[in-house]
Write a protein that binds this ligand. Structure first.
Ligand code: GLU
Length: 493
């Protein structure tokens, strides 16, 4: 019998997402229960958006939760490299193979031509898709053009009619018509593979037997299935997990719910409780108990207990469960966890330089700098009244800064300052006009230690959370404003 091998394949393009941990957890449980292995692969073929910082954050966040992998970029293993950016030659070989077999073809169409085709299709109310323009170029001619250095991509051929039957471990057979599939690009003009090619090649070469992934990938499953068929490879068993949702049933998004695992860490959640809660997403224990450990989940894991109704990721429910965990901790462990969270010497050493010169007794520290030890802060709208700016402008400044900071990957004081400065300049304001707005949002107070240092120390998650809270307090941002302000944002360097 082949060993069960599962994987999580995150793209390191942002904060470590709770959805990644959720899918990782189910893959881990499935593998462990079958005595198999769980692999971590980094899908960083999007060169522009992938960063090493984000990759490291994913490792740290999953480990914090207690999720360990048997093979991966940082632990090695027999099927490496485990980072797609280091596997370029492999994809090239397989792409060439598909072209040679006639399952894929080079496409030389320019972006302008593709835009034009798309616009025409849209005007005719057709689904935009590649029109097959380069499909029939003679292979020898195509080779000549490639040799002459002409820019091209490689596209896969797909059937134009019929139904693809997708075998899903949760839903049974899902039928998807082939005419919904585009002639997917497999290799980009820069010579890097797209998700589709890299994912299939790697799952095969890494011996993955079961793929548990998010439901958002179900509509594109036929393309993966076709690729397995073209290569003549056995396809892994497929399982499309229900998506996490906001309490209003929409897809979990950071606009409505903090989605970064590190946010929950900084808010003072216990990793076991967090993992327990993720295990409750669409799954339940045979005896329906709410509180269980990872070991218990592995022991009782059974995919047939996954329910397809979209699981709701609800902060209140998570907090309740966390409370259960906290209350049942032995007192000593409770105290130790509190210490580990924020009352440790590393954290105090970061704060000390900013409070030492401002207090006469230790007992003045909490009133001065208590906000270092809270999640949000109690906000007072009065603190946001501004001499020069109208309330609408105040909201706009804060929202633009928040967006800028949401995109900031290296959370350092100088970079934070640069973001704020860029927004201020774009709005023809001075740094000293906007800082008095940042200050109360972050500290909840009219005066305290330097706010830029405080932001660096608090970290990205809590700083962003507090700015978001401030924007909400001041009335939030309407859909119309979001559109207008996003345009403004695009113009800020
Ligand atoms: N890189 C993809 C992601 O970030 C992997 C999806 C899959 O599991 O195939 O979600």
């Amino acid at each position: 019998m082949t060993t069960v091998r599962t994987r999580i394949a995150p793209s390191p393009t942002g904060d470590p997402h709770v959805g990644t941990a959720y899918i990782a957890l189910f893959n881990l449980c499935f593998a462990r229960q079958h005595g198999g292995q769980f692999i971590l692969r980094i899908e960083d073929t999007d060169q522009l958006r992938s960063t090493r910082e984000s990759e490291q954050q994913i490792f740290d966040a999953l480990r914090w939760l207690g999720i360990e992998w048997d093979e991966g970029p940082d632990v090695g293993g027999p099927h490496g490299p485990y980072r797609q950016s280091e596997r370029g030659e492999i994809y090239k070989k397989y792409s060439d193979e598909l072209v040679a077999k006639g399952h894929a073809f080079p496409c030389f169409c320019s972006a302008e031509r593709l835009d034009k085709v798309r616009a025409e299709q849209m005007a005719n109310k057709e689904t935009p898709r590649y029109d097959g323009h380069c499909l029939h170029i003679d292979p020898a001619e195509a080779q000549r053009r490639i040799a002459a250095g002409e820019s091209h991509v490689v596209r896969m051929k797909v059937p134009s009619e019929g139904i693809c039957e997708v075998p899903d471990m949760l839903r049974g057979t899902v039928e998807i018509p082939w005419d919904r599939m585009d002639m997917q690009v497999l290799m980009k003009a820069d010579g890097l593979p797209t998700y589709f090619l890299a994912n299939v090649v790697d799952d095969h070469l890494m011996g993955i037997t079961h793929v548990l992934r998010g439901e958002e990938w179900l509509p594109s499953a036929p393309k993966l299935i076709k690729l397995y068929e073209y290569f003549g490879w056995e396809q892994p068993a497929l399982c499309y997990m229900p998506l996490l949702r906001n309490p209003d049933k929409s897809k979990l998004s950071k606009r409505k719910n903090p989605t970064s695992i590190t946010f929950y860490q900084r808010m003072g959640f216990l990793p076991e409780a967090m993992l327990n809660y993720l295990g409750r997403m669409g799954w339940s224990m045979p005896d329906e108990r709410e509180k269980f450990s990872l070991a218990e989940m592995i022991e009782h894991f059974d995919l047939s207990r996954v329910s397809l109704g979209g699981p709701i990721f609800d902060l209140e429910k998570l907090s309740w469960l966390n409370g259960q965990w906290l209350r049942e901790l032995p007192l000593e462990r409770f105290a130790a966890e509190v210490q580990k969270w924020a009352f440790n010497s590393d954290y105090l050493m970061k704060i000390a330089p900013h409070v030492q010169g401002r207090v006469e007794t230790f007992s003045q520290i909490a009133p001065l700098a208590g906000f270092f030890f809270t999640g949000g802060v109690t906000l007072d709208a009065k603190l946001f009244e501004h001499k020069k700016l109208s309330p609408d402008q105040v909201r706009q400044v804060l929202q633009l800064i928040l967006w800028k900071l949401e995109a900031l990957r290296q959370w350092e004081k100088d970079r934070i300052t640069a973001c704020i400065q860029a927004v201020a300049e774009h709005l023809e304001l001075k740094l000293r006009d906007v800082m008095p707005l940042i200050f109360p949002a972050i500290t909840g107070q009219a005066s305290s230690v330097s706010v830029l240092d405080a932001m660096e120390i608090l970290g990205a998650d809590l700083s962003r959370f507090r700015l978001r809270q401030a924007v909400e307090l001041l009335g939030g941002v309407s859909k119309k404003e979001t559109k207008e302000w996003e345009k403004l944002l695009a113009g800020i360097a």
